[in-house]
Ligand binder design. Sequence first.
Ligand code: NAD
Length: 271
Amino acid sequence: MADDWTPPSGDLMKGKRGIVMGVANQNSIAWGIARQLAAQGAEIAFTYQGENLERRVRPLVESIGMDFMIPADVTDDASMDAAFDAVKDKWGKIDFLVHSIAFAGKDELQGSMVANTTREGFRRAMDISVYSFIDCARRASEIMPDGGAMICMTYLGAERTVPSYNVMGVAKAALEAATRYAARDLGPQGIRVNAISAGAMRTLSLAGIRGGKSLMGTGRDWSLLKEDTRMEGVAGAALYLLSELGHSVAGEVHHVDAGFHVVGVPDLPED
Ligand code: NAD
C-alpha cells in the first residue's frame, strides 16, 4: 500500500511549483507522486473532483504541510477556468503538471468491448481521460513562461488487449498519441511532455474494472521482477520526468510495471 513507503527526501524539486490533479484518496497514484515531489521540495496545488472528495483529500494534503486545494471537474470549462485562474492568481506561473485522471462507466469495463461500448460511454471516456489532458496541457503551458514538464498516466491496455479494459484501452492509446503531439507542440517552449505507463495498482480506478484484482495478480506473476508495481517506482519515475533529471526526455511513454510489458509468453512449466 502507498503508505508503507517513505519517499526519499532532497532538493530536486526545490523552488518548483506545480499542479497535481487526481488525488481521490491515499491509494491514488497522484497522491504517491505528490508525496514524492513534496519530499523533494516542490510546492503543490492540488485539484480534486468535487466537494465530496474534499473531505478525504484535505487531511492528506495537510499531512504534508500544504493547503492549496482547488475543486476542478475536467468536464466543466467554467470549473477548469476557475482552477487555473486560482493558480495563476496565487503563483503567476508554474513549473510542472501531473494529470492522473481517467474515467469509464462500469458497464463498459467488462465483457466485450464491441458489445458494451455505447456512443455516450465512448464520448465520456475520451472526454475525461484524453481531452482533459490536452486541455490541461494548453492551460498549464500558458502559465509556464520559463518552460516546465508535464506527465499523464497510462496503462499497457493502450498497446495490447487486456480483458475488461475495453474502451479505456482505446482512450489510453489516444492519450499516448496526445502525449506525443503535445510534446511536439510544447517542446519549442522548453516544456517536456511524457507519460508513465504503470502496472496494475490497487486504487479506486482499478476497482471499477471487472476482474481488476486478477489483473494485478497476472501483472505480478508474468512480470520479470515477479512483484506488484510499487508506488515508489511510479513516484520515482514522476520525479525523474518532472525534475532536471529528466532533461532531454520528451514524448516518451515510460513503463513502470516490473517489466510486464516486454513479456510475450509467461514462464512455461517444465516438460
Ligand atoms: P484514482 O481513482 O485514485 O484516481 C482517478 C482520479 O480521476 C480520481 O481522483 C478522480 O477524482 C479523477 N477524476 C475522474 N473523473 C474526473 C473528472 N470529471 N474531473 C476531475 N477528476 C476526475 O485511481 P488511480 O489508479 O490513481 O488513477 C490515476 C490514473 O492512473 C488514471 O489515469 C488511471 O487510468 C491511471 N493508471 C492506473 C493504473 C492502476 O492500476 N490503478 C495503472 C495505470 C494507469
